[in-house]
Unconditional design. Structure first.
Length: 761
């Protein structure tokens, strides 16, 4: 009877297990069909095995438990514009046959899904409310698609969600009053959509929220009191139309991004109590008064941007700056009086942007004090003027109201008819433009001129005699090294400024006019994590001044060596712990992202390697040797046209991501011997998958100073950066986000460890 019972159980349960697995497999193949057979899923074609055993790639992964799919991640590459039945819709979206409702219905047949990530797949249409059937979901990421309309309120029933990301779509809700129903939510990211109306008050009731981003939308009105969000660490509401005074903030905030709104009033004093704050950006608002002195001395603040507001009055002489403060921007306000010693960048070596005020310092970029005082008087008297104007406007409006009503009715009718014929256009980053294509064009020159109006110093033309004297005739004692971009010397100018001088040689004569335009452009690339180009000197090698075959570039001198020297193998006694390495990597990623997207044309192929990351006396990372490709491009490349050139541009963009991946890798395992990199990737990267494997290859100092979650985040983004397939590599924005998140996780782990240590002792 025992053997018979065994066979009965076998035949009862075995078919069920097989049928269940077959059902899940069929659903996955249907999803592939719905998505119109995207290239990331090519491995599914004619696959008859167990999908749970498929090896994950950088653009596709499946995880299972008990023969049920629990995680599904797919990343595509869909972008562009095309016409569809008179509508302007994104190109390479799924075709007009695609039904998002049918697609979500099929997805709902995977009820055990806990993680769902469908990114850049061209999914378009209003998101079906059937998505709520995936009631086990903990992570939902539908970013960089083309969904529009409302976010289905039924998502509020998905109470297990702890991460919801809908970035880069076209959602245009005005009411998200159900968000607080997601009681376990820790990450909510709705960036770069078309949300409008008031800020959703329901966000203030999500007590578990740690990371909230809603930048790049059309929110207006007030920002509510956020002090009840005790877990909030990151707040990003940049680039909206919020116009209230600044509210109370939770004390645990690490990053606060409020720029490019219309916030008004004084900066509240309580901002000086945010002791965890590291990055604060309030630029491009209408803030007034004197900034609270405590902002500058916060113990963890490293980046403080108050530029382009209406701040006025004198800064206190006794103002002190925190030891980690590396970048301060108070430019384009109405500040007067003397400059506190801690903001004198020539003394403290921190970057301080001061132009466009009325400070009594020796600078051609300060206004006369009367300019700032008149501005303050004008502000005080403006209230009476506003009242008088309002009275006149109200009186006049009685006469015009009928005509306006007729006009409004006409416009509304016309607007509705146009709305029926339009579809949301794609929200992509500005198109990448090859430097060589525009280097001599009027557009390039106009952009250089525009940069020159921002108060940055003009690129200085040094004489050869001046630089020869600064280096004692290029003496061997001043020689700092030689790389692929030429020899490097340390110099000291006549005014005592220490500089680094790099010698570049060209294989043939170079147009001086073209060269000057390029150098002027590079000299205006100012970022706290870039080594600034101060000027240059040319040697023509002959009598003709119209061309040159050698140039000397003069940079700020950064005193504390390069990043590679602070990795364990080379300098074990000074090796950096994990949190310090993350801070350096974040700084460099910010610099590269700025080079890619912050200027027109973007600068790519930036020779990224650990040797070119320099550290100043505060440990702040400064990227050197960027933009050399802008100077040294061959003349025949300038004549390149068409698709070949665009492909080359994309390759340069991907090369920066790939090379940064090796910087990440060296940060994890220590310096990689030249030529070892590719072999290491092929033979050793699989070791990152387990803790035992990591112990064998990861730098011991990293292992002893990191949290496993923080380390895993960086390992994951490293894999994506150095994947051989260019189209699968992440953007620098994605890289930067992951690094900042890893740093946030590490900071929390460090804080928890410190709070536990007294009880353990």
């Amino acid at each position: 009877m025992g053997l018979f019972s065994y066979f009965v159980l076998f035949f009862i349960f075995f078919p069920c297990t097989y049928q269940l697995q077959t059902s899940q497999t069929g659903v996955l193949q249907q999803l592939r069909k719905h998505l119109e057979y995207p290239s990331p899923l090519d491995s599914w074609e004619n696959f008859n095995g167990d999908f749970c055993t498929l090896s994950p790639t950088s653009h596709m992964s499946i995880s299972c438990q008990d023969n049920l799919v629990t995680e599904l991640k797919i990343m595509g590459d869909k972008k562009g514009d095309r016409e569809f039945h008179g509508f302007a819709i994104p190109n390479q979206t799924l075709s007009e046959r695609f039904s998002i409702d049918s697609f979500v219905t099929t997805l709902a047949r995977l009820p055990s899904l806990r993680v769902l990530s469908l990114v850049s797949l061209g999914i378009w249409g209003p998101l079906s409310d059937k998505i709520h059937r995936l009631s086990s979901l903990e992570v939902l990421d539908l970013s960089s698609n083309f969904m529009f309309g409302s976010v289905p309120p039924k998502i509020s029933t998905m109470v297990k969600l702890n991460s919801l990301t809908l970035d880069g779509n076209y959602f245009n809700d005005t009411a998200l009053d159900w968000l607080d129903s997601l009681s376990n939510l820790t990450i909510l990211s709705l960036k770069n959509n078309r949300f409008h109306g008031k800020f959703p008050d329901s966000v203030t009731r999500i007590v578990t929220l740690a990371d909230f981003a809603m930048s790049g939308n059309e929110l207006s009105g007030r920002l509510p009191d956020l002090s009840s969000l005790a877990s909030l660490r990151v707040l990003d509401v940049r680039e909206n139309h919020l116009d209230s005074e600044l509210p109370l903030m939770p004390k645990g905030l690490i990053t606060v991004l409020l720029s490019k709104n219309s916030f008004s009033g004084d900066i509240p004093v309580h901002f000086g109590d945010l002791v965890q704050l590291q990055h604060l950006d309030m630029s491009y608002n209408s803030l007034t008064g004197i900034p609270p002195p405590a902002l500058f001395s916060l113990p963890n603040i490293s980046y403080l941007n108050l530029a382009s507001n209406m701040l006025s009055g004198p800064l206190p002489d006794h103002l002190s700056c925190g030891v980690k403060l590396g970048y301060v921007d108070i430019s384009n306000n109405r500040l007067i009086g003397g400059l506190p010693p801690c903001l004198a960048s020539d003394l403290d070596k921190r970057v301080a942007k001061l132009d466009g005020n009325c400070l009594s310092i020796d600078s051609e970029h300060q206004h006369h004090e009367s300019y700032c005082r008149e501005g303050r008087k004008g502000k005080k008297s403006s209230r009476g003027t506003v009242i008088a104007v309002l009275v006149a406007a109200i009186s006049t409006s009685v006469v015009l109201v009928v005509l306006l009503a007729i006009g409004v009715l006409f416009l509304c009718r016309r607007y509705r008819s146009r709305k029926m014929l339009q579809q949301p256009k794609q929200q992509d980053n500005p198109p990448s433009v090859d430097c060589s294509e525009l280097i001599t064009s009027a557009r390039f020159i106009s952009q250089t001129t525009k940069l020159g109006t921002q108060g940055t110093p003009v690129c200085r033309l040094f004489s050869y005699e001046e630089l020869r004297e600064a280096t004692d005739n290029f003496d061997k004692s001043k020689f700092m090294g030689e790389g692929s971009t030429g020899k490097l010397y340390k110099g000291k100018l006549e005014n005592g400024t220490c500089v680094a001088i790099r010698s570049l040689a060209f294989t043939k004569k170079y147009s001086m006019q073209n060269l000057r335009v390029r150098l002027e452009f590079l000299s205006k690339l100012h970022h706290p994590n870039l080594v600034s180009l101060l000027g240059y000197c040319t040697e023509s090698g002959g009598q003709d001044d119209s061309s040159a075959n050698k140039v000397l570039l003069v940079y700020d001198y950064v005193p504390n060596g390069n990043f590679r020297a602070y990795l364990s193998e080379n300098c074990p006694e000074k090796a950096l712990k994990w949190s310090d390495r993350l801070a350096i990597l974040i700084g460099v990623a910010k610099a590269v992202h700025f080079l890619h997207t912050g200027v027109i044309p973007g600068c790519f192929d930036n020779r990224l390697k650990t040797n070119n990351i320099l550290l100043d006396e505060h440990g702040i990372a400064k990227l050197s040797d960027y933009g050399i490709s802008v100077i040294k491009e061959e003349s025949d490349k300038l004549e390149a046209k068409g698709e070949g050139q665009k492909s080359s541009h994309r390759k340069n963009l991907e090369d920066d991501v790939y090379n940064f991946g090796f910087i990440l890798l060296e940060s994890l395992v220590g310096p990689i011997v030249t030529g070892k990199g590719e072999t290491f990737l092929l033979n050793e990267m699989t070791s990152f998958g387990s803790q035992d494997g990591r112990k064998k290859i990861v730098d011991p100092i990293v292992l002893t100073t990191c949290s496993q979650e923080s380390l895993s985040i960086v390992v994951s983004i490293t894999r994506k950066c150095i994947t051989p397939e260019q189209s699968c590599r992440p953007s620098f924005e994605d890289v930067l986000w992951n690094l900042q998140y890893a740093a946030q996780v590490q900071s929390t782990a460090d804080a928890d460890q410190k709070s536990d240590s007294p009880s353990q002792s």
